[in-house]
Design a protein around this ligand. Sequence first.
Ligand SMILES: [Zn+2]
Length: 255
Amino acid sequence: MARYQFLMLVAAVLAAVAWRWGNPFLVAADLLALVTVIGFGVALPGWRLFGPFLCTGPASRRCVALTFDDGPDAASTPALLEVLRESGVEAAFFCVGERVAAHPELARQIVGAGHLLENHSYTHSHTTNLFSVPRLQADLTRTQKVIEQVTGTVPSRFRPPMGLSNPRVFRVARTLGLTVVGWSARGFDTRVTEPERVVSRIVRRLGPGAIILLHDGGIPAERLVVTVKMLLDRLRTLGYEVVRLDRMLTGNDCR
Ligand SMILES: [Zn+2]
């Protein structure tokens, strides 16, 4: 039973009891609380309300993983790849299908440099979380296909746009054999313009096994480069090892 199903069961029992007591205000308060909790659950991956949202790796080792969303981007992705190459760091790129189709050479560079290239939907629609099961399945399948055609690799992970989820997301992901991945630390790098603030925010939320969310789409290349260099310096100072997401999750390659 997923957490939301348990929650709905508890809310239904409480509502029935309150109704028997003849207390409509308590019934209304119970339903309002249920709607509020579900609303937060849609927006907060870490609550894992609708299914197994993967937001951290093992906490036993001082390893973290970098993830980059919304690319590939003609300017930011090559600049980022260069920083990662210089630092000897491998990351996971959650790419948008139509951007992979528009920049196939960048998608191949990502994979060729040893990074993971994962599924972040085909168009990054702001209404993805409202898609029906068939529409969502068609969207994710189209993304899987374009990534496979362009790079020869098939993604095994999906990150929903904006991290929004519902039971359908987990149903479709399970059908396609995809793990739904969230994050545990992010700095709102596309909105916050000072890299120092982005990095400080990430560091405040860090811990062993952290999955760090950054973007290589929707952010100027110069700002991304400064942010990533600053973050990698800070991680080194704090004694964290940056390991590719799949290896961080299995605990291999972590000290
Ligand atoms: Zn995104």
